[in-house]
Design a protein around this ligand. Sequence first.
Ligand code: BG6
Length: 302
Amino acid sequence: MDIDLDIDGLNRKYGLENDLVFDLHPNGLVRANVQTNQCAGEFFLQGAHVTRYQPASQTHPVLFMSQQALYIPGKALRGGIPICFPWFNSHPSDPSLPAHGWARTSVWNLVQTQKVDGQIEVALGLAKDGFDLIYRISMGETLKVALEVRNAADVPLDYEIALHTYLSLGSIENVSIAGDLENCEHYDQLTQKLHEPEKQRIRFVQETDRIYYGQASRIVLDDPAWQRSIQIDSLGSQATVVWNPWIDKSKRMADFGDLEYLQMCCIETANVRQKSVRLAPGQTHTTTAEFQVQNTVTTNIR
Ligand code: BG6
């Protein structure tokens, strides 16, 4: 089938005038472009991957995308919000399977698009290995993403999920993370040690790869270099991953610039490891994250 016809068909069925327009990335991936009075955004059908979001009130993007990201069919995009599902990092028993599961490299189907109160609302679907997934993206003055997982099999199913959000920063050296994570114990994936709650803000001074356990309903990332903070409100999440590759790992990643670690960090609304989810047949669980930018900070540039 002629791909141009597919794109025309997608726009006829799911496009929303100039607010939501589908096109084809030069490398063959189907892309959705959002441009409204409230925000600009972008997502791909591969991975249901949100790659751009910027509210109209802001001069900087909320999501970080690497300049070196490879927009290649079947390959995860470096940045934005990859959906890690149904496992996190390496597969628990088969290391030959791709890291972070199949959801981020599968092509999702459009289920519904609509404009409600000036917000663009999109639902995408994917069914695989007994799971029925619906991913809802709402782009307006805030960005909200929610992964609903239903067990469509006749046996219990376990899964892990991380909404692996890359946040765009003025400068990693000055950011700090406040809120509920201060009261959560964390597992350091680099040293493989569990730590008591630190009761203080998280700052980045080296490679950081931590899983915080417990509900963190509100997290606030303070970014004094851009005089803004990003508030993350979550639901249905019992773990949060905080990641920055720092110097050496950045150099090792082919699809990431050597100095890009200065401009990003990941705060991932998750249910992983000891907080993985078990669903009985027919049961549903939803993990939600909402991102809101505020032009206030509570810390200064150091
Ligand atoms: C983080 C993990 O979520 O993702 C890290 O905690 C991992 O251990 C990182 O290195 C990036 O993973 P990937 O597969 O996108 O390179």
